[in-house]
Write a protein that binds this ligand. Sequence first.
Ligand code: 23J
Ligand code: MN
Length: 257
Amino acid sequence: MTVLSDLLSALAGGSVEVVDLTAPLSEATPVIQLPPPFANTRHFALEEISRYDDRGPAWYWNDISTGEHVGTHFDAPVHWVTGREGVDVSQVPARRLVAPAVVIDKSEECADDPDFLLTVEHVEAWQAEHGSLPDGGWLLYRTGWASRAGDAGRFLNANETGPHTPGLAPDCARWLAQTAPILGIGVETVGTDAGAAHSFDPPFPCHAFMLGAGKYGLTQLANLERLPVTGAVLIASPLPIVRGSGSPARVLALVVR
Ligand code: 23J
Ligand code: MN
């Protein structure tokens, strides 16, 4: 098919670039810390099976253990009680995993205010400049938080009053979930909701409204500054974990240079 051979030529010639939006996955990957009495997820870990030794002379391999919601990952509708009748991560149609993506950049605002919240007005102003949000595509929310991902303390940014990381205002989450044509929202932070969102009304509104509407989430994305405001194609690849609420994912973007 000519469109695919054209794509391969563009990749080979460098006029289409593959941008990796995935954070490296290791023991050091920051993990969300919910306040008591809530249970928390485990960190990613490798356990060596053999490494060219008595246990396997010619091969190296590991077992892994991880939470579903660790590092760059995909939130499926069943992750939230509002989406409990929705699909698990194995049931997300492959067709939905290749989709357009646009970027709203609030990194300057978030540098001044770690509790910055995206509002309906911000998204409407973006649309006045750049056009409608993509039908069946991702809204990627650039906050600059990925630059902190190498330091779990700065990334989670918690003090005695709890975590302070940017997110969406409850009204904006409801509006995006119920009226926007988007497939989901992608963020740089440890969750699609703000650090303080446990105290919002409703609690964790981005999870509640988006997943309740059958939409998806992508968390802890990297390299969003390398994407154009509009025009990227995003490929998200969560593992098809049967009954899974989400999965670590490799997330790639195709970008015209
Ligand atoms: C469980 C409870 C609250 C949150 C989360 C998970 C996540 O951010 C997640 O990774 O889905 S805010
Ligand atoms: Mn998640």
